[in-house]
Design a protein around this ligand. Structure first.
Ligand SMILES: [Zn+2]
Length: 140
């Protein structure tokens, strides 16, 4: 089921993502762990290895997302699709807090995706603070 992803495809995905996690925007250059090629729709749910279904993701976002593609809206019980890096624009669903440390959801999809992927986890907040101090955060 899991097919080989070519070196060229891997490079294309990294370049397309500007070498950042496509969920939390963490730069791979300042992450201690190697980023993953994440299947937006998991292989077990019928996803494939095409560029349209692959995203560049940090280890944390990839692990929290796991095989999820939706989250439950606690207000209605409705299943809401998670942020889809190929179909959705980050700035349409998220923004930085005034101090740039937290990602804030500006849509229901954004809010539920932040929760599902734990996009404001402690390690990220600390790293964002250090990157901000170094003039490397928030991303342009
Ligand atoms: Zn991430």
């Amino acid at each position: 089921m899991r097919k080989y992803i070519s070196v060229k495809t891997r490079r294309t995905i990294k370049e397309r993502a500007d070498y950042r996690c496509e969920y939390c925007l963490l730069p791979n250059s300042h992450s201690p762990s190697t980023f993953h090629l994440e299947h937006i729709i998991p292989l077990i749910k019928g996803g494939n290895n095409t560029l349209a279904n692959l995203a560049y993701a940090c280890t944390g976002c990839n692990e929290f997302k796991s095989a999820k593609t939706t989250a439950i809206d606690p207000a209605t019980g409705e299943k809401i699709p998670l942020f889809h890096p190929r179909k959705d624009n980050w700035n349409d669903h998220f923004k930085w807090s005034d101090d740039s440390l937290h990602i804030i959801g500006i849509t229901l999809k954004g809010k539920l995706s932040i929760q599902a992927l734990n996009m404001n986890r402690e390690g990220l907040l600390n790293l964002r603070q250090l990157l901000k101090n170094a003039g490397l955060h928030p991303p342009k």
